[in-house]
Design a binder for this molecule. Structure first.
Ligand code: PLP
Length: 412
């Protein structure tokens, strides 16, 4: 088997599994219990959380453990307050001048003038459904990407009206691997905050980023990125599925999605998933250790694949994670290619695994202005730890063979 879909799932690393095992059996205690063995487990759980936090330049107390990235993304949005406007000046009809050298209009004026709705929440149009769907429920407004998949900063600036409280932009996209310039976004936010402060506008403005795909391949530091909320996902870094975390800065005040025993400072009640978090911490440690080596290796494999493949159009040319290769085979149906490749034991995908299973057109590929024909012919290849260089050569050979056969069939 040649598995080239590491953005969808990664196998649990043997070292991660080994670290987790005792916590299923010998050290099974509930960390909240009063006796000594439970206290030991509790201390080890906290220690594991510290390791995860330190890997992103945060403190243990800044992390809320969740059952995966979907939950972390949902939890992040509870930072929104229900208050619409915080000062009378925000409700005025006068144009609001931001610190960015242009005029933008407050919500009330946008509505009166029949302009595009302003919103309390902005999100990138290419976000994963666990951000997009929640954002839609909050009445969020989508920020556009440029044809290269990178956020359109001008569109972002134009949409930060005084009502906006939260902006959600993933660190790296899960379909095309595009890395977003978070530091630039956070400096725009800083300017807006200064401007709001000068004008007495008290609405909070937070930056959330879903870093599910990035932890493996980028050196993440919350201060450097300037984020207030950051989602992590163990399942994408050779850790267990159903384990994630949300970094929460002191500026963000969250509301729990579930209530109960008050674990995770009341933000995520429920008995702690001790083996999951121990495994997550080990996985993060390994990811850090291998970060630079893996990046070089994947960059080289990308070059090999692009040199050896034939008849494709490269979709993700720049600004993307090193392990992502998105290719379009014009005139062919990628869904069919996937099944034909599966017959050869090569596993690739058309995009997000969840969208692919529902047979939906990729909103990400549509957002980067690909035609329907290009979208229909696009394949996502994501390298990872299960691969070696020989597999990349072999995969190129098999893909070329399958594509040539399919092209001959299509052309009659
Ligand atoms: N965010 C991104 C960018 C993802 O790639 C995924 C999973 O594919 C998720 C969130 C959701 O993660 P989970 O299904 O583990 O909750």
């Amino acid at each position: 088997m040649i598995y080239l879909d590491h953005a969808a799932a990664t196998p649990v690393d043997a070292r991660v599994l080994k670290a987790m095992e005792p916590y299923f059996t010998d050290d099974f205690f509930n960390p909240s219990a009063a006796y000594l063995p439970a206290k030991k487990v509790s201390a080890e759980y906290e220690e594991a959380k510290s390791k995860i936090a330190h890997a992103i330049g945060a403190k243990q107390s800044d992390l809320v453990i969740t059952a995966g990235a979907t939950e972390a993304n949902n939890l992040a949005f509870t930072a929104m307050t229900t208050r619409k406007c915080s000062s009378s000046s925000e409700r005025s009809l006068a144009p609001v001048v931001t610190g960015l050298g242009r005029s933008v209009f407050s919500t009330s004026e946008n509505m009166l003038l029949g302009r595009e709705h302003s919103s309390r929440l902005l999100y990138l149009e290419t976000e994963h459904d666990s951000v997009r769907r929640v954002a839609e429920q909050y009445g969020g407004l989508a920020v556009k990407v440029l044809p290269n998949g990178v956020i359109d900063l001008e569109d972002l600036k134009a949409k930060i009206t005084d009502d906006v409280q939260l902006i959600s932009v993933s660190l790296a996209n899960n379909e095309i691997g595009t890395i977003q310039p978070l530091a630039d976004i956070s400096s725009i936010i800083r300017e807006v905050k200064i401007d709001r402060y000068k004008r007495g506008v008290k609405t909070q403005l937070l930056l959330h980023s879903d870093a599910s795909q990035a932890l493996n391949l980028l050196d993440i530091n919350v201060a450097r990125l300037g984020v207030d909320l950051l989602t992590l996902n163990a399942a994408k870094v050779y850790g267990p599925k159903g384990v994630g975390a949300l970094y929460v800065s002191h500026e963000a005040k969250l509301k729990p999605l579930t209530v109960g025993g008050g674990q995770e400072k009341g933000l995520r009640s429920g008995t702690e998933n001790v083996p999951g978090v121990i495994g997550f911490a080990r996985a993060v440690e390994l990811a850090k250790e291998h970060l630079n080596g893996n990046r070089k290796k994947y960059t080289n494999w990308r070059k090999i694949l692009l040199a050896e493949l034939e008849g494709y159009e490269l979709i993700n040319k720049k600004h993307c994670l090193d392990n992502f290769v998105v290719l379009c085979f014009p005139g062919l149906d990628a869904e069919r290619l996937i099944y034909l490749l599966e017959d050869e034991k090569v596993y690739v995908s058309t995009g997000a695994a969840c969208a692919a299973s529902k047979g939906e057109k990729s909103h990400v590929l549509a957002a980067i202005s690909l035609s329907d024909d290009q979208i229909a012919g696009s394949l996502r290849i994501t390298f990872g730890e299960t691969n070696d260089e020989a597999q990349i050569h072999e995969a190129a050979k098999i893909i070329n063979r399958v594509v040539a056969k399919e092209r001959a069939r299509v052309n009659g």
